[in-house]
Design a protein around this ligand. Structure first.
Ligand code: NAD
Length: 512
């Protein structure tokens, strides 16, 4: 009950509810024993309880979105773009409100939370342009008096499942593009970040309704596993776009494939950077610290492995340890804080287990790794980002621990570094720090990094929306956001039009 909340949780609850009110959202609060608990990692305590949607509510939402699709698909794409333009304006107007919710629920420092909302605004700009540029091609026909072309049509209902660590941006990447493509969307956000979802969905509702369209074009399902499974299994969901752990992807993919649906998977990463002898070490240190310790190590693109040339490893490690020792850890709302809390105690336990396993494998923890106590928040889980020197790429290094642990390994020949780099199940993001053009090009070539994202002299995290985002291997193979990612949200029809008076058959076939 509200009376038993700590002063910090009372303040967080009030701030969240006030932000939601400014966003025009109503919170479907439920009794503590009936709904889903909303915790804030800033206090580690429950600050609200919201309605729990199950399989039935999920199927009802899909039904509404399927019905809305029958009219939305025929609205001209530029008119659909105008709704997204308005959504982007509302996001800009309410940037601070939504960022505050992201901080309260996901624990991001204010600057990163604002950045997440900026990413939503950016994808709206992108989708607006897309609404006037989606296009097929016309190709030469082998037959006289014929035109051969392709047309892109809306696909249907897109189901979006998102993770706690990008509680609003991932949905908007999918939704802005899907809506412009003429699809309707059903969103099942992470059960850990429901208030952020309620706040951002309210803004899109407003944009739709203001423009005279039904809000059923975008549906929000507040559920856990049961709701997620119902969305995945529903045959009316033409595309299932799911972001989360490799475990979730492995559960979801066979179900969607079994009903011949389409899926777009954005799963875990185990991102590495190669640091070569020519690297600019000042720039490298800054790039590594942001990518490895930023967001408290809770980005899919977080830098988790360093592969450093043996001639410079001691220098690199000394610089990183110095930087880590000075990292301000604490309340993510405070100016100057760079590392906020882990999302919950389970994350801290998994981090501690991984560090123990690394030590058993011969690893040496050079800095960090312990829990940090923050005044007024005894239940919260803050940790000091860790750097671990590893003798080899053992099993613990090859899996994603969703916490700030950076493993350091060494190499002597670039081939060896690339082999080590690629020898993990995941294939999301990668970097090389070098001033040697041959090394950089080699890393970007077909014989280099096997990831969906490969960078030079910049860390593994912090992508822009203009490029396609996603990764290979157990990361799932999906691509979201920019480039031609929109094609996954549409279906292609090939059209042959005969404007002659003859009926020539392809390949010269004669029939009667
Ligand atoms: P998670 O896998 O625990 O949950 C993600 C979402 O999947 C949640 O909404 C959850 O309810 C749902 N879910 C889980 N099992 C399901 C099932 N069997 N059927 C249907 N839905 C199911 O992940 P998390 O802890 O919220 O997020 C962290 C993970 O997400 C990390 O592995 C991270 O790398 C990954 N991630 C990847 C990307 C990317 O773009 N590649 C982006 C962000 C996060």
């Amino acid at each position: 009950s509200a009376q038993s909340l700590s002063p910090l949780s009372t303040e967080l609850r009030a701030a969240a509810l006030a932000a939601l009110e400014r966003l025009g959202a109503t919170v479907p609060e439920a009794a503590e024993d009936a709904g889903i608990a909303v915790h804030s990692p800033l206090s580690g305590e429950r600050i609200a309880t919201v309605r729990r949607d199950g399989a039935e509510e999920t199927r009802a939402a899909v039904g509404q979105a399927a019905e809305a699709f029958t009219t939305w698909r025929s609205v001209p794409a530029p008119a659909r773009g105008h709704v997204i333009k308005r959504f982007g304006e509302l996001l800009a107007e309410h940037k601070a409100d939504l960022a505050e919710l992201v901080t309260i629920e996901a624990g991001k420092i204010t600057s990163e939370a604002l950045g997440e909302v900026q990413e939503m605004i950016d994808i709206c700009d992108y989708a607006l342009g897309l609404s006037r540029s989606i296009s097929g091609r016309t190709v030469p026909s082998e037959r006289p008096g014929h035109r051969l072309m392709e047309t892109w049509h809306p696909l249907g209902v897109v189901g979006v499942i998102s993770a706690f660590n990008f509680p609003v941006a991932v949905w908007s990447w999918n939704t802005a593009v899907a809506l412009v493509c003429g699809d309707t969307v059903v969103w099942k956000p992470s059960e850990k970040t429901l208030l952020s979802a309620i706040g951002s969905a309210a803004l899109l509702d407003r944009a739709l309704v203001e423009a005279g369209y039904p809000s059923e074009i975008s549906r929000l399902v507040l559920g856990e596993l049961e709701a997620g499974e119902a969305l995945v299994a529903d045959e009316r969901v033409a595309l299932l776009s799911a972001t989360g752990s490799e475990r979730m992807g492995a559960a979801v993919a066979p179900v969607v494939a079994g009903r011949m649906g389409r899926y777009l998977l954005e799963l875990g990463g185990n991102n590495a950077a190669v640091i070569t002898p020519s690297a600019d070490l000042d720039l490298t240190t800054r790039g590594v610290v942001f990518s490895a310790a930023g967001t408290a190590g809770q980005r899919c693109t977080t830098l988790r492995r360093l592969i450093v040339h043996s001639s410079i490893v001691d220098d690199v490690v000394a610089r990183l340890v110095r930087a880590y020792e000075g990292l301000p850890i604490g309340d993510p709302r405070t100016d100057g804080t760079l590392v906020g809390p882990l999302v919950d105690a389970g994350s801290a336990e998994r981090m501690a287990r991984s560090l123990a396993e690394a030590r058993a494998d011969g690893g040496e923890v050079l800095v960090g790794g312990g829990e940090v106590t923050v005044d007024g928040a005894p239940e919260a889980t803050y940790v000091a980002p860790a750097i671990v020197r590893m003798p080899a790429q053992t099993a613990v290094v090859r899996r994603e621990t969703f916490a700030p642990v950076l493993y350091v390994m060494t190499y002597d020949e670039l081939d060896e570094a690339i082999a080590l780099h690629n020898d993990v199940p995941q294939g999301l993001s990668s970097s090389i720090f070098t001033l040697d053009a041959r090394e950089a090009e080699r890393f970007l070539s077909e014989a280099g990094s096997d990831c969906g994202i490969a960078n030079v002299n910049i860390g593994t995290s912090g992508a822009e929306i203009g490029g396609a985002f996603g990764g290979e291997k157990s990361t799932g193979g999906g691509r979201e956001s920019g480039s031609d990612a929109w094609k996954q949200y549409m279906r292609r029809a090939t059209n042959t039009i005969n404007y002659s008076t003859e009926l020539p058959l392809a390949q010269g076939v004669n029939f009667g």
